[in-house]
Design a protein around this ligand. Sequence first.
Ligand code: MN
Ligand code: MN
Length: 464
Amino acid sequence: MSKNEKDFQAKNAWLETTDAERKEVFNFNSNYAQFLTNNKTEREFARASVVELEKAGFKPISDYDKLATGDKVYTINRNRAILAAVIGKRDLADGLKIVGAHIDSPRLDLKPNPLYEDGDLALFKTHYYGGVKKYQWVTMPLAIHGLVIKEDGSKVEIKIGEKAEDPIFFISDVLPHLGKDQMKKKMSEGITGEQLNIVIGSIPVDGEDVKEKFKSAILDHLEREYDINGEDLISADLQVVPAFAALDAGLDRSLLAGYGHDDRVCSYTALQAIIDINEPEYTAVTLLVDKEEVGSMGNTGMQSHFFEDQVANLVDLYYDDYSEFLVRRVLQNSRVLSGDVSAAFDPNYPDVYAKHNSAYLGKGIVLNKYTGARGKAGSSEASAEFMGEIRGLFNKAGVFWQTAELGKVDKGGGGTIAQFLANYNMDVVDCGPAVLSMHAPYEVVSKVDVYHTYLGYSVFLEKM
Ligand code: MN
Ligand code: MN
């Protein structure tokens, strides 16, 4: 053993991936790419997850009067969060094995009253959601996804900008010839929130007495094509997302570029992991939640009682006699991988990364002992004991892993859903693949990392 072998140095996973395994890695990723392209909102992701779960034999928890080992169940919260479980061989009160991730991603939401006209154009006003660098969202193809609820309660689903024959939408930017003043501004001020207006039309209605001719034309169009009016847009969840498909990146096709890897890469791998396990020792849970990008607030976020309510539901269906004490025991005995993405080292911006504690594309799933900012403020730190368990598990199962902090000390920070699960007195560690250009409309992951994330979540749910 050379002196350096005692030192920790994560290996590049490609080097130890055989040709047969590479095929498997590429296959897994092409399914993921398809799923990512088709599901760009939390509603779409949740609905598609249900389809996959049902195909794999999972049933709604409401179908059961009694739960027993081997039962595969799921429950969905307001079409935007999901819990799927496979009942384990051990007693439920021995705790759950949970992989939790979030299915919301940064985007632009339409304002409640979005429609206006200006300069012979009709536009929609937006309000950005999550950590968005506003300048990244101009002059590129955008799609509108979501749901409109009409006054009588009926639903109109909207998805425009994804099919080849669909129109796309866009946000304009000032031309360089006239952009002198803009270019002198700080990047955070170059494009403002109120400038994130998407162009939706430019043919006016014909009529002397019509005041807002461009707006009227769009209202006519909405009524004709979707049977919705201006007031209907107030009871709507309409999201503006990039109109790109997820695509292979690089000559060697080793990378995958797409919208919403944060955190659908963890959500997808966690979903596949629970679908593929059979007869786990402990009851295995994949928990996919909404609203992480805005602090996990609201009834579909991790801070909602949804999760706890579902644990109570499991206890109620598992034991002959329900008790709150059993619910507490299930919670405190549970262990969690908080699936969320890490920042991949970016050779264009080396200054913000700490060299020895950075995640790199291609080195496998990233274990983040803690997140937070400054003096670990707001972090939920995994204990040495739990880190040890997970490290041992991954090593034994041949899961490629690395360790990282989000960036250099005092350069910034971030949080995940880990802290909210840790509040139940569970062991939790953050663990997911690294992403280049996180929160950009086009984020990039390494295919081998995606695959080892799936492997890591699988062995955690099934073997530990
Ligand atoms: Mn995330
Ligand atoms: Mn995020």
